[in-house]
Design a protein around this ligand. Structure first.
Ligand code: NAD
Length: 248
């Protein structure tokens, strides 16, 4: 299937590795010109090199609104505009209610909610003017099914999901779609940090019996950016091997 993405321009945040990198790799393979950001110049440069000629690395920390905005602005300058925005960031520290200090909440909200708002503020108005745009936000299955040991993630991502849904409704008539993907357990550094490297144990907890492949996740991002996905907006879609146990 031709996704109709060749020649589009994408800003993919937090993409030195993991799910962000996988999204950038699939988009680049579809002929999209990509700009990626990360905090570490060396890791980012290496990632951009692996993505191929034309991938533009931007050293930026999206955990502040200034950093998130600067990333999109630099991507727009480098690519001549941004048609596709993939919002993403690292995950906040684990912990439940008792173990999590009050001041940790603001940092998590900045990292996983305000970064999304800031990047959309910087990217979406120009998409509306051009009459075409795609926003895909990487959030978490915790949006549907909170994980007891991830109170910061559960809290911040719920806010991001409310923001994204509201944005989707406002810009739908302008040819801009806004969706989020909710990863369950995928084989990345984040999961290694949270669960150790015992993928077999993690897989045994997932109905599909496998840990998510970031490459598959990246392909799903690319589909949501495609022409064929123009009628999909305002959705929050789990990519989790059946982990989410609810009916809807
Ligand atoms: P990861 O930690 O493996 O990779 C995150 C990437 O983002 C790294 O390259 C890191 O350097 C970069 N990054 C982190 N903080 C950044 C910042 N402030 N500014 C710029 N770059 C930054 O994470 P991942 O597994 O790829 O997950 C991506 C997102 O999805 C995270 O928010 C994570 O919590 C969430 N998530 C992941 C899983 C999973 O199983 N992997 C499950 C649910 C949710």
């Amino acid at each position: 299937m031709n996704l109709g993405l060749s020649g589009r321009r994408a800003a993919v945040a937090a993409a030195s590795s993991g799910l962000g990198y996988a999204a950038a790799r699939t988009l680049a393979a579809e002929g999209v010109r990509v700009a990626i950001c990360g905090r570490d110049r060396d890791r980012l440069t290496l990632a951009a090199r692996k993505l191929g000629e034309g991938a533009h690395p931007v050293v930026a920390d999206v955990s502040t609104p200034e950093g998130a905005t600067a990333f999109v602005r630099e991507a727009q300058d480098a690519l001549g505009g941004v048609d596709i925005l993939v919002t993403n960031a690292g995950g906040p520290p684990p912990g439940g209610f008792a173990a999590t200090p009050l001041d940790a909440y603001q940092s998590a909200i900045d990292l996983n909610l305000m970064s999304t708002v800031a990047m959309c503020k910087a990217a979406v108005p120009a998409m509306q003017e051009r009459g075409w745009g795609r926003v895909v936000a990487i959030t978490s299955i915790t949006v549907r099914q909170p994980i007891p040991t991830l109170i910061l993630s559960n809290t911040a991502r719920a806010g991001a999901t409310g923001f994204l849904k509201t944005l989707a409704l406002e810009v739908a008539k302008d040819g801009v779609t806004v969706n989020s993907l909710l990863p369950g357990f995928h084989a990345t550094e984040r999961l290694r940090t949270l669960r150790g490297g015992d993928w077999e144990q993690v897989a045994s907890e997932i109905p599909a019996g496998i840990v998510g492949d970031p490459g598959d996740f990246g392909a799903f991002v690319a589909f949501l950016c495609s022409e064929q996905a123009r009628f999909v907006t305002g959705s929050a879609i789990p990519v989790d091997g059946g982990e989410y146990a609810g009916l809807l």
